[in-house]
Design a protein around this ligand. Structure first.
Ligand SMILES: [Zn+2]
Length: 65
């Protein structure tokens, strides 16, 4: 009679660790701080949609000497 842990028991801590990842780092839909449009944010720090990001980029490019 063997007394090994079942494969499910071994893999459980890993699955548990994955489920405890910070949800803020997961890509999810957020509202743009600039235009308040919902967009797919890749991480918690991305708060501005692609459109506004590019708009800001060219504004800065134009405004800078
Ligand atoms: Zn925006």
């Amino acid at each position: 009679m063997q007394n090994r842990p079942a494969p499910e028991a071994v893999s459980e801590p890993l699955a548990d660790w994955q489920s405890k990842r910070r949800p803020s780092d997961v890509p999810r839909a957020r509202k743009c701080l600039c235009c308040h449009t919902q967009f797919e944010s890749q991480w918690s720090g991305e708060r501005i949609c692609k459109r506004c990001q590019s708009a800001t980029a060219w504004k800065q490019g134009w405004g800078a000497p």
